[in-house]
Every structure is written in structure tokens, then in C-alpha cells.
Ligand binder design. Sequence first.
Ligand SMILES: Cc1ncc(COP(=O)(O)O)c(C=O)c1O
Length: 377
Amino acid sequence: MNNIPFLDLKLANEPIEKELIEAATNVIASGRYLHGEQTELLEREIASTCQTKYCVAVSNGLDALRLILRAYIELGRLQCHDVVIVPANTFIASVLAISDSGLEPILCEPCFDTMNLDTRKAALLTEKHNAKAIMPVHLYGTPCWDDKLVSLAKEQDLLIIEDNAQAIGAKAQTAGINGTSTTGGLGHAAGISFYPTKNLGALGDAGAVTTNDEELAATVRALANYGSDRRYHNIMKGFNCRIDEIQAAMLRVKLRFLEQENSRRQIIAETYNNCITHPEVITPKIFKEMTQVWHQYVIRVPRRDDFMRYLKNNGIGCDIHYATPPHLQPCYPHIQTEPLPTAEQLADEVVSLPIAHPITIQHATHIAEVINNWGTH
Ligand SMILES: Cc1ncc(COP(=O)(O)O)c(C=O)c1O
């Protein structure tokens, strides 16, 4: 078999290239490049996908999370320096959104089996630090949700802000505070990323906020547009975090294929799990009671350097998400945290295998076979 790259975005988008070009051409011809019909329709479609009443399409996933937090501060539901609990093994953007908003991130250990926030530990940290919000991250496309989060939200008045950057289309095993089990609609608000590598990726940067809270949605919308509620009338010191019409149009084309892409990824993940038998490779858990959307298929390999070298020598691309957790990044030298052995072990062991289109069952069985032969010759 030829070399298999970890991800080739040109190949990933190739089957729908014609539709993308047509949609981009229509936007160019329309003369409307911001605040147009494509954005409005995308917002409706994303709200429906996430089972929420409102969606505000914005510039990227980091801005989506920043806007939610800033909006809660503007609305008086969070105060500067309030503590927000966030998993320690997330992509840095989750933590950046919190610290950039003048709030204090407290990092919480994940579980080995879900690789997501340990909600029991999050509840303990909430009490210890008098936290006002929790940001569960649906890492790699696995929903981070359970009844503990529902009771924290309902009984302790905690805000639950989902980082849904990696999991659009996923479903948790239990319903969230709004009754739906779809990620993006589980908590009080959620931020989505449409970064090009995502299951629903734009051809540039884009993101969205989903929520059932009308006041929050209106505040996010105003903040994303210089803090103005109407033209040249600024009620808050806002930002420019708008989405382009072209990206909205690209996303609307790709949204039609999201379910198909997520199902394809589920089949590839099952194939890997069934076929990888090497004793030094720990495959991710498939949870029958949830719908995981496999933004990444992440195995754990304690002898990772040797393993990755071996895959590379055999023409198989792979990647690491993420090698350095936020608390060990140079930008957070003084972040307050207890020891985080699980997060650090995950950072040392995780390897992502190819899963995006056009990876097929044949590719996955070949990759599994190569993996199973690691160390035999
Ligand atoms: C978990 C997580 N949170 C936030 C982000 C930020 O999204 P963006 O890159 O669109 O700013 C990303 C993605 O890149 C992510 O993976």
C-alpha cells in the first residue's frame, strides 16, 4: 500500500470540491461578504444540529469560548477572577479563553478511559475553589457528560460551558440540562470550532456559539460586532469576531455530509479497535451508550518515540494531540494547580492515527497489521 498521510485536507475536501466552488462563486456574485444570508442560514442549521434555540456564528472556536465567558461577565453571571474548572489535557485554547477573560482556570485531571474531565474530581475542585463554572471538553469527539454535571448545574448554580470544538454531532449517554443529549446543547452554552481539520471544517477559520439562553446569545452577537446592538451604537467594549459569508457557505455545503463523515469515522474506529492487538498499544474505549464522532482516533503507547518512528518508516502518518499540556506551556509558568499525573501520562503516551476521509476500512486494517508487527522484525 502507498504511503498514508495522517491528514490531507485537499483529499478530504475533494469529493465536494464542485459544490464548494459553486457556493463560493455564489457568495462572490452576491456582493454580500458579511452578515448575509449564508451566515443566517448556517446559524439556523447549526442550532438545529446541536438542538439549541440559538446559534451565533463567529470567527473561530477560541473566540466562541471567549465571547461566552465575556458575555457572562457583561451579564453579571460571572465576575472577574472567578474560577472556571477545565480539563488539564485539553488543547490550550480552552484555557486561553478562560485566562484571557480575566477568569481563573483550575485544571482538573481527566480519566484514562474517556480521556475526558473526571467529573467527580471536578466536583471536588468546584467546592474547594468555589468555582462558578465548568468547561467540559468533548475531547477527540467523545462527549464529556454525566449526571454529576447536571446536579452541579442545577443544585449549585454552576455554569456549564461546553467546549464542543471537536464533537459536533456527538451524543452523550444522558440528557443535559435542556433535555437533549446532543453535544453543544448539553450545558448552558457551547463553543464550536470549524478549524479546517475538524469533522465539520471550514476552508479557513470559523466557529460558533450555541445556547438556549436568548440574553446570552444576544450579548455574544453584540460583543462579536464591536459590542454594538445596532449600527454605530456600542453598548459594550466588544470585538470583531464575525464569520465571513464565504466560510458560512463552505460550512453549509459540508454540513450536509457531516453525518456521513461521522458514521464513516465510527466504522474506522471500530475497525482499528477490532484489528489492533499489539500488547503495548492501548486502544480507545468505544462507549456503546454514547455517540462518539472520532475527531481523533487516539491510542496510547508508552514507548511512543520508537512506535512513531516505526510507523513513519512504514509510510504511515500519525500525530500527537497534545504533547505538552497547558500547565507545562511556557505561557503559564505560574498557573495554580495540584499534581496532574494522569494528564501528564496521557501527554507522554497519546498517538493519533489517520481517520479523516479518505481513510477506508482497507487502510485501517493495513495500519493495524503494521502496528501488530511492531517489534517483530
Ligand atoms: C478543544 C478545542 N478547543 C478550542 C479550540 C479552538 O478552536 P479554533 O482553532 O477554531 O480557534 C480547538 C481547536 O482548534 C480545540 O480543539
